[in-house]
Each structure stands twice: as C-alpha cells, then as structure tokens.
Design a binder for this molecule. Structure first.
Ligand SMILES: C[S@@+](CC[C@H](N)C(=O)[O-])C[C@H]1O[C@@H](n2cnc3c(N)ncnc32)[C@H](O)[C@@H]1O
Length: 280
C-alpha cells in the first residue's frame, strides 16, 4: 500500500483517538447521522480510518500530485464504505472559494505553519478561518475544526502582532501581562494563543460560540507540532453579549498547553490566570 510522505507517531495516533471521541460527542449533539469531512487525509487516510464510525462522506483535498495518485489506490484497498471525493487543490484557497460547500468536520493537518505570511503580512490560514465561519453562518451550520501546525514555520514575528491584538482585547483585566509573557516564551505557546484567538475572532464575528478542547504540543521525529480541536456552535438565538465573548477569550488565554508524550498527556505550560476586575 503506498505510504504517506511523512512519519506518523504514537502521539499523533493518541490525538486522533481523542478527536474521535470529540467527533462522536459533536455528532450526537447535532443529531447528525454521520458527519461530512473535508481536509488533508494524505495517502493513507489514517484520520479517516480512526474517525470512520462518525463520518458519512469524505472530501479529501491534496496539493501534491504524487500523493493524489496514491490516494486513489489506497481508498480502493481500504473499502471504508463511504463516498470519497478527491480535490486537487490548495486547501487554504479551496476554503476561501465562494463555490465550496459546507462540511461538518475540517481537518487542517498541514505539517506546515499557522502564519507562513504572504508578502503583505497576512496569514492565509486566518483568512481561511474567517471564510469558513462566514460560509457556515450563511447556512447556520455548526462545525468542527481540527488543526495541526508545525512550530518551525516562518513568520514568528507575526505572532507578536496576534499577541498585541489579544493585549488590546483584554485591556483592563487582571494579570494580562503575566499571561502574555508566558505565551511569548516559545514558538508553541505563541501558536497556541494566536491560533485560538484567530478562531475566537472568526467565530464571534459570525455568530458562533467556539469551544476548544485542550491544545497539545508533541514531537514527531525531529518535528514539533501543535494540535487543536475546536467546535463552532451556531448561536441560533440572540447574540452573546460582548461580556460573554470576552469571558470566552479569557478562557482561551487561561487554558494550559498540554504535552503528549507517547500516550501520556500532561500540562506543559500553565499561564498566569487572567480575571475580571470587580468593576468590569
Ligand atoms: C500531515 S499530512 C495529513 C495526515 C493525515 N491527516 C493523517 O491523519 O494521517 C498533510 C497532507 O496535506 C498535504 N498538504 C499540505 N499542505 C496542503 C495545502 N495547503 N493544500 C492541500 N494539501 C496540502 C500534504 O501533501 C500531505 O499529504
């Protein structure tokens, strides 16, 4: 069977299994018979195999021609019994297109960076998250985004801009500087706050509550990766108050970054806790 062009790891397998449980919870919460998937499966469809009981269809996006050839061969061998559509495209462009439909699960498993800035300094991934939330708002459909980023990407300086945005958004709250200092310490903690903030912002702007599972850092061979799972729940009733939205941003900043070592999860970084002063 043709293989993936990158290594797998015990940690990645453990995280796939955790995500399978979150997908099961999401499926029962939304009363869906099965979830439609859009994402980066690579040649071996390991994520699809782990999540198969929750899925009803797969939309596999791939940019590499050699991987595309192998996907076709492997899918026939795997006989997973659900429809597959293979899309040769850059997923960040694909998600931004107005002709792309909506799915319930997105797996942005890049083996690449979160920022990788374009020459004009914008983050393509952040733009894709905004488009995704906006398309889903039109259809009033909740969704899950699972994302994995390589921490050795370019664009480290861009994280400082994200951290400054969080600083402005939380101006006046207790312990903000101590919390941001903890997040500024490593590339992994910067990605943790920046990505979660970008999701929160895309969600709030488009009438979604964004609920995160614990973010994880792990090593796969010589590579360090950060992994996220977030549920975007469409607010069918009145908008949340700015007060409630700020509380959910505080919860993001206060969340620890966990580490997966083998199959063992532990807290890696616990930032100082931000709180509301009495008068706010
Ligand atoms: C880490 S692998 C996915 C692994 C898979 N989700 C799993 O659980 O085994 C990433 C795949 O996405 C492809 N890829 C990376 N960036 C992409 C992009 N921007 N658009 C489409 N495909 C991309 C790579 O060629 C590779 O096959």
């Amino acid at each position: 069977m043709p293989q993936n062009p990158f290594p797998d790891s015990v940690e990645k397998q453990a995280l796939r299994r955790r995500d399978a449980i979150f997908l099961e919870e999401f499926r029962s919460r939304t009363l869906a018979k099965g979830l439609s998937y859009c994402g980066l499966t690579s040649a071996e469809f390991r994520d699809i195999q782990a999540w198969r009981p929750q899925l009803s269809a797969v939309h596999a996006v791939e940019i590499d021609q050699r991987v595309l050839n192998n996907m076709d061969i492997n899918w026939r061998r795997l006989k997973l019994g659900i429809p597959l559509q293979i899309v040769p495209a850059d997923i960040l462009e694909y998600l931004r297109s107005s002709t792309t439909g909506c799915f319930e699960v997105y797996n942005l498993d890049f083996y690449g960076g979160f920022t990788n800035p374009k020459h004009d300094g914008t983050s393509r991934c952040r733009e894709a998250m905004r488009s995704l939330a906006s398309h889903h708002r039109e259809q009033q459909r909740s969704f899950v985004v699972i994302a994995t980023f390589n921490v050795r990407d370019r664009g480290v300086e861009q994280y400082d801009a994200f951290i400054n945005e969080v600083r402005s958004a939380l101006d006046g709250f207790n312990n903000v500087e101590a919390n941001l200092k903890a997040h500024a310490k490593s590339h992994a903690t910067k990605i943790k706050l920046s990505y979660m903030y970008a999701c929160w912002q895309a969600g709030v702007a488009n009438d979604f509550d964004v609920e995160f599972e614990d973010p994880f850092v792990y090593n796969s061979g010589a590579t360090t990766l950060v992994h996220f799972c977030a549920v975007f729940i469409y607010r069918a009733t009145a908008l949340a108050t700015p007060h409630a939205d700020k509380d959910s941003l505080i919860a993001i900043a206060n969340r620890p970054l966990k580490r997966m070592d083998g199959r063992i999860a532990r807290v890696d970084v616990r930032p100082a806790l931000i709180s509301r002063p009495q008068k706010l």
